[in-house]
Design a protein around this ligand. Sequence first.
Ligand code: NAP
Length: 330
Amino acid sequence: MINKIITLRQRPQGMVKPDDFELIEKPMRPIAEGEVLIELEYISVDPAMRGWMNEGTTYIKGVELGEVMRSFSAGKIIESKNADYPIGLHVSGILGTQKYVISNGKGLSKIPDLKESLSLHLGILGMPGMTAYFGLLEKGKPEAGQTVLVSGAAGIVGSTVGQIAKIKGCKVIGTAGTDAKCRYLVEECGFDHAINYKTEDIEDKLKEYCTSGIDVYYDNVGGPLLDIALKNLARGARVVICGAISQYNKPEIYGPKNYMKIVTARGYLTGIIVFDYLHEYPRAVKEMSGWIDQEKLKTKEHIIEGLENFPSGLQMLFTGENFGKLLVKI
Ligand SMILES: NC(=O)c1ccc[n+]([C@@H]2O[C@H](COP(=O)([O-])OP(=O)(O)OC[C@H]3O[C@@H](n4cnc5c(N)ncnc54)[C@H](OP(=O)(O)O)[C@@H]3O)[C@@H](O)[C@H]2O)c1
């Protein structure tokens, strides 16, 4: 059996490029006692991958050159010498950008009785969905009647944050980079307003939509938009820094100028790392599955076919070409 593996060939300078990766083939060894062989079906393509390609350690160690590119992935057990993980069971985890993987069960999440698409367990019911759930509810602490602004709103994290905020009775405004994404947010996801940050005057629009200021700003993009949001905070506002995708390919990160607004607003600015909530995922998955069943929570996927298209797919996150949770189907 021959494995297909995407490895990190070189560390990117600036924008990530297909050349930064290499597709290699390698024979699989037989599994040992206690191990399982998993055939992966979906690879999650995430903005965090850009950071994992850098040298050194942030909240997690960078991928070594020549190593399989780290990714969240999901598939089915096709061979087993571990009674806890029988053949046919679907599983997910940090299993890498490859077709097959051998595991001893450590770090595997079981997905028994799969009814929905397996891909949802890498999106709304997986790491990005958990980021939205815990980032908004535990850090943003939205209250009914309050105003929530979310940037990168048409992505899996942003669109889920906005919809959960609506479930909690908030007024929700999102920013996104195309009119089609803005229409999706209002017409499909129930946002009150969406602002095209590329064509509209964000400051004017925020004045119009957030008449009593922003109570929660959930930031996925960073950069100058963070400054605009800070300027418009309501008293007691919470700013949740989830990511800064506008900065990931830059040599130096833009720092906010209006941070003193946190003082005058008596607010706070905080960060979220989803891995801190691992032990609480099951209750979030249960609640979010309920919202999906009740059609209160919608999701959109953008699926690319073929492992060999992973490198060009990753670029799409930074050009805005993806519309929905980006995944590679093997
Ligand atoms: N802290 C954590 O634990 C954690 C976990 C998961 C994800 N995150 C973060 O959450 C954020 C959203 O992740 P996601 O998975 O939902 O991905 P995503 O929103 O689909 O990310 C891709 C989108 O980002 C937008 N974007 C790209 N460059 C931009 C720029 N210069 N300015 C503004 N927007 C830009 C584009 O949409 P437009 O067309 O709207 O520009 C693009 O389609 C990312 O920052 C990610 O790093 C954090």
